[in-house]
Design a protein around this ligand. Structure first.
Ligand SMILES: NC(=O)c1ccc[n+]([C@@H]2O[C@H](COP(=O)([O-])OP(=O)(O)OC[C@H]3O[C@@H](n4cnc5c(N)ncnc54)[C@H](O)[C@@H]3O)[C@@H](O)[C@H]2O)c1
Length: 281
């Protein structure tokens, strides 16, 4: 998600500092941005000079160089509260006091992160969708401590990215994941129960409900590891079966089958076209 958010901000004219935990990951993220920009140039949607300018607005670091003067910091790290809190505590001490902090979390409470900083009033959720370069929606999440100026700043930032904005309250999953995650988990349960094969489930929802992508393809796209973390957090919050990660999802994550990003999930992505991998349940 991080590279997508960095790209849309740079496209809107912002100077961006992108942080990752290692050089290899920085290269991977920047490689994705460069590929996306090259494709836009190839398709005639962007001039080469504009693509170069966008790329030129993004600097990278594995430390915190350049963070001191940022007006807005958006975290899009692993969906894990302890890791996010550790990062916010570090950032709180070094980023200027006026800066707004935003989390791209899909399922954690914004308040739990805001309260760990000295600026809970300047803290919001900015929940982008995957891929951030393509998906129009941005949920702007106001928590109990977010002041009006901060919410306005976040909203105006979203408008400057030309996103479709919705004002969401700080309830686990916000609007979209509250509805979408149980649906994706149910697709895994339907598969476990033998209702249909991987391909049949995906074909059925595309042709029967007019969805652009079937639920199991979507899971591979979102990331099975990320989805499992989201499901665990939502189940912990609501204690309802519909949010519980099914055994198949757990096993696939244990096996390292995270979906597109690892080359294998419900589909195998090593060839030219994805091939469904029946799990022999
Ligand atoms: N995957 C989605 O469809 C999606 C959609 C919307 C929001 N989100 C949210 O965005 C966040 C990231 O999701 P993802 O799917 O990209 O996760 P991911 O686990 O695939 O990637 C997280 C990245 O963060 C990096 N990272 C970890 N700790 C870091 C730190 N301290 N500083 C800098 N980088 C660090 C990791 O190296 C990794 O590359 C999560 O909070 C997730 O809930 C995900």
């Amino acid at each position: 998600m991080g590279h997508g958010i960095a790209q849309v901000a740079a496209q809107a004219g912002y100077q961006v500092v992108a942080r990752e935990v290692g050089d290899e990951r920085i290269q991977k993220g920047m490689g994705r941005i460069e590929k996306q920009l090259a494709r836009a140039v190839e398709k005639g949607r962007l001039e080469q000079s504009a693509a170069d300018e966008i790329r030129g607005r993004i600097t990278t670091t594995t430390g915190f160089d350049g963070f001191e003067d940022c007006d807005l910091v958006i975290e899009a790290i692993t969906e894990n509260l302890d890791r996010k809190l550790e990062l916010w505590r570090e950032l709180d001490g070094l980023v200027k006091d006026e800066a707004v902090f935003a989390t791209n979390t899909s399922s954690l409470s914004v308040i739990d992160q805001a309260a760990a900083t000295k600026r809970p009033n300047q803290f919001v959720g900015l929940h982008f969708f995957n891929p951030a370069q393509v998906m129009p929606l941005l949920e702007v999440v106001q928590t109990v401590t977010t002041d009006d100026d901060t919410f306005k700043t976040a909203w105006q930032f979203g408008e400057s990215l030309k996103k479709t904005l919705v004002h969401a309250r700080d309830k686990t999953g916000f609007i979209v994941n509250r509805l979408l995650v149980p649906y994706m988990l149910d697709a895994v349960r339907a598969y476990e129960e033998g209702v249909g094969s991987i391909e049949e489930i995906d074909i059925a929802m595309k042709a029967g409900a007019n969805h652009p992508m079937g639920p199991l393809t979507l899971l591979d796209f979102v990331g099975l590891d990320t989805t499992k973390s989201i499901a665990d957090i939502m189940f912990d919050e609501y204690r309802e079966r519909r949010f519980a990660a099914p055994p198949t999802l757990r096993k696939m994550v244990s096996a390292g089958w995270y979906g597109r990003k690892s080359g294998r999930g419900f589909y195998d992505y090593s060839g030219d076209a994805p091939v469904a991998v029946e799990l022999g349940l």
